[in-house]
Write a protein that binds this ligand. Structure first.
Ligand SMILES: [Zn+2]
Length: 451
């Protein structure tokens, strides 16, 4: 059995876990109802009373919470209470120890507050993650993600330090050369960042710094922010580029205490290890009713932070479509595993067919080693509509001859038609000329609007 930080909680039998979740959930619902006039009104309007919460089935009657509501609540608290943590706050503002913000890629950023207890739960989850990947106290860990206020930035550093790692707070913005120099002398055992940044390092590091990423001695790559860590072609490329490092895909849960899951050596989905503090439901995105948590279930994931103290977001709609597997994993760890399918908001509409941009990228990248992994779908305007044949910009190695390009183009058209059921027209862009468009979090954008 692989090592776990908290086997008692991480290996709870399902019946005991459900009992614990129910007890904590009821206490949390009563707490927010009693301590926050905001939640009292919201629950009263929905006709629910936590004091009469007697079975988990009743939870489906509770109202959801989403980004728009959070933004309104925070605009109101900024004006009325003098802080941006929202009218749904349930602690004394003086008890807040740190604030993180959303990546701000869509509209005004929103904020999350963490009390000392919230920091401790986050550290507990980070310790669970570290034990699973074999990072021990004092092991050097380089953070090579964007070190900003978003949850995977400075808050992640805070919990890595709290859980005992020896942190090298490099960040992603100092340039490849500087990163290579520092990594070659600090010898991180693990490195954290987005998949696209890791691929960027593999491509540019040796040329720019004279240092081969294979020579740094990184044993573990922990990637987040994009789905690449669970996509075979991408994690294999990352692993090879860093001399056989093991690649792990990290998952967080908005409104809870992230990280909450990490993939394993078997690459069979992300093991969710925080169900005792970050409760999740899978709901049907059309009816918004909870689906039974059984093998193969797929739908929108909804989170409730059972231990969140500052400003709990009860039934938070994360807008991610997740596929859940419950069959035993080869690695021997228990619990449900998750595969990210796409963002509800990113779903494109091609002739009435829902298409996830990351699925398009994965299909294309599996086709030829001549493709670099960068693609961008061109949509008609600001809405989700793409008129077929969908124009897709695809980066290709410069030296690829014309005949081979034609063959790859046909392969792309066939694969997209066969696997995703729409017509596409690839437009090749030579390596080096494909301008990556990234948001505040360093995530590469997969869609652009037609000019
Ligand atoms: Zn596993």
């Amino acid at each position: 059995m692989p090592k776990l930080f908290n086997p008692a909680l991480e290996n709870l039998p399902p019946a005991e876990l459900q009992k614990l979740q129910f007890t904590k959930l009821k206490a949390q619902l009563i707490r927010v109802y009693e301590q926050s006039p905001y939640y009292r009104e919201k629950f009263d309007n929905a006709g629910v009373n936590p004091h009469q919460f007697n079975h988990i089935e009743q939870y489906r009657e509770y109202p959801f919470f989403d980004k728009e509501e959070e933004r309104e609540s925070q605009t109101q608290s900024s004006a009325e209470l003098g802080h941006p943590l929202g009218m749904h706050i349930t602690c004394d503002i003086k008890d807040v120890r740190r604030i993180s913000s959303s990546s701000g890629t869509t509209g005004t950023p929103t904020f999350s507050g963490f009390t000392q207890k919230d920091r401790e739960v986050t550290i507990e989850n980070m310790a669970r993650l570290m034990a699973r990947v074999g990072i021990e106290k004092g092991d050097p860990v380089m953070h090579a993600g964007v070190l900003s206020m978003w949850v995977a930035g400075l808050p992640c550093l805070d919990s890595l330090m709290g859980a005992g790692a020896m942190v090298i707070p490099m960040g992603a913005l100092s340039g490849t050369e500087r990163l290579a120099q520092i990594a070659s002398v600090t010898r991180p055992k693990a490195m954290l960042g987005t998949p696209s940044f890791m691929l960027h390092l593999i491509k540019t590091m040796k040329e720019r710094s004279g240092i081969d990423p294979k020579s740094i001695g990184v044993e573990k790559l922990l990637v987040f922010g994009e789905p690449g860590g669970s996509v075979k072609e991408i994690y294999e490329q990352m692993s090879a580029g860093f001399g056989g490092a093991q690649v792990y895909d990290v998952m967080g849960a908005t409104g809870c205490h992230s990280p909450t899951g990490i993939s394993c050596e078997a690459h069979a989905g992300i093991h969710y290890f925080a169900a005792d503090n970050a409760y999740f439901e899978i709901v049907d995105p059309n009816t918004m009713l909870p689906l039974p948590l059984e093998d193969g279930v797929e739908g929108e994931i909804v989170f409730t932070g059972l231990d969140k103290e500052c400003a709990p977001q009860i039934r938070w709609r994360d807008k991610d479509i997740i596929h859940v597997t419950t069959t035993p994993c080869d690695c021997g760890r228990s619990g449900p595993r998750m595969l990210f399918r796409g963002r509800v908001d990113d779903m494109l509409l091609v002739k009435g067919v829902n298409v996830f941009p990351n699925a398009v990228r994965d299909v294309i990248n599996a086709l030829s080693p001549k493709l670099t992994g960068n693609i961008r779908i061109v949509k008609d305007g600001s809405g989700p509509v793409v008129t077929p044949p969908a124009k897709i910009k695809v980066e290709i190695m410069k030296e690829t001859p014309a005949a081979e390009r034609d063959a790859i183009a046909v392969q792309i058209e066939n694969a997209i038609h066969h696997k995703l059921r729409f017509r596409a027209k690839p437009e090749f862009i030579n390596e080096g000329e494909f301008k990556l468009i990234t948001g505040a979090t360093g995530k590469a954008k997969l869609v652009e609007e037609a000019e």
